[in-house]
Design a binder for this molecule. Structure first.
Ligand SMILES: O=P(O)(O)OC[C@H]1O[C@H](O[C@H]2O[C@H](CO)[C@@H](O)[C@H](O)[C@H]2O)[C@H](O)[C@@H](O)[C@@H]1O
Length: 265
C-alpha cells in the first residue's frame, strides 16, 4: 500500500494493512459515496465521472473473494447507474437510501420505490413550489428525483444562493418529510431515508465483519456515525466530521483504493 504524509494517513494505512492481513475481516464491505468522493464535483451534475484510477480500483476490488462493493449516494438510481462505471455485483444505494439496486451483467436488478398517494401529491407540490424558488434567481435550478426535489445553488451568486437556500429550507420544513443540506444543495424528501440506515441494512444483509465507508458531504456523516470501532470511516476534504480518517481529495481516495486492491489480490 502506498505511503502518504501525516499521522492521519499513517493511521489509515495501518488500519487497511490490518484488514488485509486478517482473514476474519471478511466479508469486507467497501462502501463509497459518489459526488465529491469518487467523482470530483462539477457545476453540471451530468458531467460527473468516477476518476479513471477509481474505475480501475473498483474493478480490481470486485475480483477479490470476500470483498463486497457498494455506492451509497444521494443521486437518483437511474442517474447513479448511468454515471457509475462499476463492476457487476456492486450494490447501488440511491436517493440517500430510498432506492436500492444491484448491478448485474445485463443491467440493474432494482427494488421499486412505491410512494403513497399522499407522498406523490406532496412531491408534485414540492416540484411546483421549488420551481417558484428558482424562478428569477440566476444560477438556481431544481432537480427532480423519485422521492425528492433538490434546489441547486452552486452556480448562483453567494447572496442569491443564501436567499434561495433559506426559502428552500423553510419550504422543506413545511412540506417535506426530511430536509437534507448538501454541497450547494437543499434536498427536500417525501420519504424518510438516510445513508446510515441504508448502510446498516446492507451490512446486516451481507454479514459484513468490517465496513470501509468514504464520503465528503454532511449527508455522509449519517453513514460514518453508523459504523463501529472495527470499521474504517474516511472523510474526503476538510470539513468537520465524525469520521476517523481523512483524505484531502477524490484522487487521494482512489489512489488509496488502488493500493488496497493491490494488497488484497
Ligand atoms: O451522495 P452523493 O453521491 O455525494 O450525491 C449528492 C448529490 O450529488 C449531486 O450534487 C452534488 O454534485 C454535483 C455534481 O458534482 C454538484 O453540482 C452539486 O453542487 C453537488 O451537491 C446530485 O445532483 C444530487 O442530486 C445528489 O443528492
Amino acid at each position: 500500500m502506498s505511503e502518504r504524509q501525516g499521522d492521519a494517513a499513517d493511521g489509515l494505512t495501518a488500519a487497511l494493512r490490518a484488514v488485509v492481513a486478517d482473514p476474519a475481516a471478511r466479508p469486507f464491505l467497501v462502501a463509497l459515496d459518489f459526488d465529491g468522493t469518487l467523482a470530483p464535483l462539477q457545476d453540471d451534475p451530468s458531467a460527473s465521472r468516477i476518476l479513471p484510477a477509481g474505475v480501475d480500483a473498483l474493478a480490481r476490488l470486485a475480483q477479490v473473494e470476500g470483498v463486497e462493493l457498494a455506492l451509497v449516494s444521494g443521486r437518483a438510481m437511474t442517474d447513479l447507474h448511468a454515471l457509475a462505471e462499476v463492476p457487476a455485483g456492486t450494490f447501488l444505494i440511491g436517493s440517500h437510501g430510498a432506492e436500492r439496486a444491484r448491478v448485474t451483467a445485463f443491467g440493474l436488478d432494482r427494488d421499486v420505490v412505491q410512494l403513497s398517494d399522499e407522498q406523490a401529491d406532496r412531491l408534485a407540490a414540492l416540484g411546483a413550489q421549488t420551481a417558484a424558488v428558482a424562478r428569477g434567481r440566476d444560477g438556481v435550478w431544481v432537480e427532480t428525483k423519485p422521492t425528492a426535489v433538490v434546489v441547486h445553488t452552486r452556480l448562483a451568486e453567494p447572496d442569491v444562493a443564501a436567499e434561495a437556500t433559506q426559502v428552500a429550507v423553510e419550504l422543506g420544513e413545511r412540506l417535506g418529510t426530511g430536509v437534507l443540506r448538501g454541497r450547494d444543495v437543499v434536498e427536500i424528501t417525501v420519504l424518510q431515508a438516510d445513508k446510515g440506515e441504508a448502510l446498516t441494512a446492507l451490512r446486516a444483509e451481507l454479514g459484513a465483519s468490517v465496513v470501509l465507508y468514504a464520503g465528503d458531504d454532511v449527508t455522509d456523516e449519517h453513514a460514518f456515525a453508523a459504523l463501529g470501532p472495527q470499521d474504517l470511516s474516511i472523510k474526503v476534504g476538510r470539513a468537520e466530521t465524525v469520521a476517523r480518517y481523512r483524505l484531502a481529495t477524490p484522487q487521494e481516495l482512489v489512489d488509496t483504493l488502488g493500493g488496497l486492491a493491490a494488497a488484497l489480490v
